[in-house]
Design a binder for this molecule. Sequence first.
Ligand SMILES: Nc1ncnc2c1ncn2[C@@H]1O[C@H](COP(=O)(O)OP(=O)(O)O)[C@@H](O)[C@H]1O
Ligand SMILES: [Mg+2]
Length: 284
Amino acid sequence: MISVKNLSHSYNKDETKAVNNISFEVQKGETFGFLGPSGAGKSTTQNILTGLLKLQQGEVTVGGFDLKKVHNERFNKIGVSFEQSNVYGKLTAKENLKFYAKLFDVETRDPDELIALVGLQGKEKVRAGEFSKGMKHRLTFARSMLNNPELWFLDEPTTGLDPAIAATIKDIIREQQKKGTTSFLTTHNMFIADELCDRVAFIIDGEIKLIDTPKNLKLEYGKKLIDIEYVKDDKIVKETLKTVDEHDKKRISEIVNAYDIRTMHSKEATLEEIFIEVTGRGLV
Ligand SMILES: Nc1ncnc2c1ncn2[C@@H]1O[C@H](COP(=O)(O)OP(=O)(O)O)[C@@H](O)[C@H]1O
Ligand SMILES: [Mg+2]
């Protein structure tokens, strides 16, 4: 559904690249995640794929359409949930959805139904300008589903939402997955990537460092960590060590011989730990 080859983008049209020579493919029905810290180039990539930013360099097809050519009909196929809400403050929630629905040449969903789906029932007639940030985000998310998109772009879909609302959004995404929607999801949240994505790309400084399924990543990097808590100078000290690393193995036996061990657990690496191992940097 999406094919990206050697995509680069520079906001200043100079050597500093927000996206630097990335390539990946998203298959039909797949949820493909872009996981990386703030400034990694996730939104830039989404904005190019959705046509908000002009393609500068690279070969990109989205839903079969070559981005180098103009195809307005592709907008009927895609749904976009932006990181920054882009609803009209002067219009009510329902008016916003009715307005955006008119922009499509395909059948659209009932605004009331979508408003209820994202938990904003009762707020149909309230102006979006009076909404909290989280409510605007939910309305933007609802908007992205108006045209029953085959291809769904979700930029930080749960960021800034309280846990209950985030859970609702995740459930909606899972429902769409069951219906076969293809999704491109960007996040700096390892849990979202882990829970929702079939495959994840690690992105940092505009470059993709690795693409794999969360399961494979954990098989490869997981179960090789050990958390040890021990008592040193009357204080509890915690260390996380790798059972496959020679240096760490020595350290484990040193600790076991020298200190009073409180707890010792082998554990599966989280996607963030794997991200740090692969890129040398964290997700914040
Ligand atoms: N409109 C813009 N103009 C100039 N630089 C930008 C603009 N938007 C993003 N950038 C820069 O591009 C890089 C990638 O940003 P972005 O794609 O928003 O990252 P992410 O979504 O992963 O946080 C960052 O260094 C950011 O500062
Ligand atoms: Mg972003």
